[in-house]
Write a protein that binds this ligand. Structure first.
Ligand SMILES: [Cu+2]
Length: 164
């Protein structure tokens, strides 16, 4: 669904003006896309959710996501999970680099976004807007679908047991 990936360059009018002025230069936000975004459904008592997606850099320049926000949450953080001494731990990171012509999977047990303090209650199949901030200052918007965690090898419990 291409319409889920939007360019956000200041006011819409300005974005159109920039496009018209420089048709040969695709803005960073058009070369970076956040695809297949999803948020595992959690009961309302859980105030910290994860967001997973694939960040695709189709451009010739390295990019980096340096932050994110969502109108549906108070705060969004970038996190990396790892297993240490048999325990799942996670750490906040400043940036998620996405090298030219590569993609990065944000997935359970690895890099992910942490959505903190939801502003509403979600049901399965709801959509959550997430806006990625790029190093260039540009923004990439994506729409994450609320899904139940798969029955595959993902843990049934949220991986956020060690979150402060
Ligand atoms: Cu986390």
């Amino acid at each position: 669904m291409k319409s889920l990936v939007l360019r956000l360059v200041g006011p819409i009018g300005l974005g159109i003006a920039l496009l018209a002025a420089a048709p040969d230069v695709a803005p960073a936000a058009e070369r970076l896309a956040a695809e297949n975004a999803w948020v595992p459904w959690a009961p309302p008592a859980i105030r910290v959710h994860a967001a997973y997606m694939t960040i695709v850099n189709r451009g010739d320049e390295d990019q980096a996501v340096v932050g994110a926000e969502s109108p549906d949450y108070e705060h969004v953080a970038l996190h990396v999970s790892s297993i240490r001494q048999g325990m799942s731990e996670m750490q906040a990171v400043d940036r998620i680099p996405v090298r030219a012509r590569t993609q990065i999977a944000l997935e359970p047990g690895g890099t992910h976004m942490m959505l903190i303090n939801p502003k509403r209650v979600y049901a399965v199949d709801d959509r959550i807007r997430v806006v990625l901030r790029l190093q260039s200052g540009e923004k990439v918007e994506t729409s994450a679908v609320v899904r139940r965690r798969g029955q595959g090898n993902e843990p049934a419990a949220p991986h956020h047991g060690h979150h402060r």
